[in-house]
Every structure is written in structure tokens, then in C-alpha cells.
Design a protein. Sequence first.
Length: 368
Amino acid sequence: MTYLFAAITFIVGCICGFAAAYLLRRREQEMEEGLKNVFAQVSMDSLSRNSEEFIRLAKVTLDAKTGEGERQLEGKKELIDAQLVNMKESLEKLQVFMNSLEKDRESKFAEISEQIKGTVRQTERLTDVANDLNRALSSSAERGRWGERMALDIIRAAGMIETVNYKEQQTMKNGSRPDFTFFMPKGMVLNMDVKFPLDNYVRYYQTEGTERDACLKLFIKDVKTKIKDVKDRGYVDRGENTLDVVLLFIPNESVYEFIYENDDTVMDFALSNGVVLTSPMSLFAVLAVVRQSVENFAFESTSADMLKLFSEFYKQWRMFTDKFETLGKRIDDVKKEFEALTTTRTKQLERPLEKIDSLRKEKGLEIE
């Protein structure tokens, strides 16, 4: 019984303790909740007052910053306006420059277009010339006419006049007919042949390898054969006052150089046969020397006659001056006689007349 009572008492005590603890905890929670509410209210009041103060201070600060910003913005606006004016001027200058570039581009484009057209025309002309040259080189007759035209252009460029300095296709007494005959001093003449073999030269550039070497040998052989042929044609004939050499015209500088580069013995071979090989440039030089020598000889040949005429003129001039001096002396004598008549003789005649006039006046005679 005692233990049961003690247990019940213990249980009741525990329940009471728990109840008291629960009530105490509930009270603490209510107090804590009240404190929270109070603190929240105090915080809200404090926050409200602080917010108003903060807003006021922020407004004051914002107004100050806004005014400062407006002043800075105004200054920057003026700076921006100045920059815009400068940019506008720069853009206007740039526009003018771009317009000038555009005009220059148009003019340059027109010039380039015209140059291209000119180049095209020149290319077409060069093509025509190349085709004409190809046709000329492919035909012996055409090569001959082409060589004659080339030689004739050079002769005229050297200042020579037909029938005065040269003749074309003049037949010699021995039956030979050189392409050109040039007149030299003392009645001498110099003949020239312009027909030159070029068949194997053309084939040389149309072939390769061993065949090209064969064409080269054949071309050199053709040149030497032509030299012998010119020598044997009778272009050199002392009976017709020709020089001891004859000109053989090669109508192309490249061909002339090709011969010299591939066989330099050809030149010596030609000279040993009395044949002088000439290219367009060397022919011009030769003809210029020929023309100058003819003119110098003509001047020298006429200088003796001129001296004789000058001597005769001097003799006649001396006779003229002597006669002129004699006439001058006679004129001086006549002048002296005339002065004597107008002075001394006149005065001697006037004295009797004055006396006669005085006597007339004394007698009172009047002249009717």
C-alpha cells in the first residue's frame, strides 16, 4: 500500500510538474511573442523615421547631384556641340574630298579605258604586222619586196633623193641589175642587193633538236651561197666605175645578230669576197657617210671655181673703186669750179651791175 501510494504520488507529481512546465513554457512563449511584437513595432517606428530621414537626405543628395550633373551635362553639351561642329566641318571636307576622288576616279577610269583601247589597237596592229611579216618570211617574192621597202625607208630616212643620190633597179652595161645604185664622188657608184635567203632561218625557229641544228647549218650555207652569188653577178665592175665592194642588205637586226652569234666567220668570208653585210642600223650609218662624202666632194670640187670667180670679182671691184675715186676727184674739181662761179665770179659780175643800178637811179630812170 505504501509503495502504491508513493507511485501514485510520484505520478501525480510528475503530471503536475509537466503541467507547471507546460504552463511556464506557454507563458514564456507568450512573453516572447509579446516582446517580438513590441520590438517589431519599435523597429517599424524606428525604420519609418529612419526611412523618412534617409529619403530626405537622399532627395537632398540627389538634388545636389542632379544639379551638378545638369551643370556637367550642360558643359559636356557645349563640348559635344563644338565637337559636332568640328565633325560636321570634317564631314563636309570629307564629302568634298570624296567628290573629288570620284571625279578623279572617273577621269582616271576614262584614261585607263582609253589606254586599254589604245593597247588593244596597238596589239591588233602588231598582230597584223606579225601576220604580214610571217607571210613575207614564208614567200621568197614577198621577202624580196619586204626587203626593198625596208631599204627604201632607210634610204629616205638618210636624206637621199632618187636620181640625185641613188637610182632603183638600174640596169648596168654588163646586164646586171642591182636593187639600188648609189652615186659616189668622181662618178663612182656603189651597188646594193636586198634579196636575202631566210627559208632555213624560219625553219630553225619552227623545229627543235637535231632538226634545228640542221636548219642552222643550212641557213649559214645559204648565206655564204648568197654572198658568192652577189660577188658573181657583176655588181663590181671597174669598167662602169663601181667601187670594189657591194652591199648586201639583211632586212632584220635579229637575223644580222643571229648570223654573227652562230658563225662569226661569215663576216670575214663576205669581206674576202668584196661583200659588205649591212643591217638596217648599219645601212643607215653607211648611207649617211656616203651622202656626207658626196656633199663634201661637191663642195670641194666647186671651191676652185668659186675662188676663180672671187678673184675675177675682186679684179672688177678694184677697177670699180679706182674709177669711182677718179669720178670723185672730178666731182671735187667741178665743185670747186662751181663754188668759184657762185662766189668770186658772181661778186665780180654784181659790182658793175650795182654801179649801173646806181647810175640809173641818179638819172631818175625807172625799170619798166
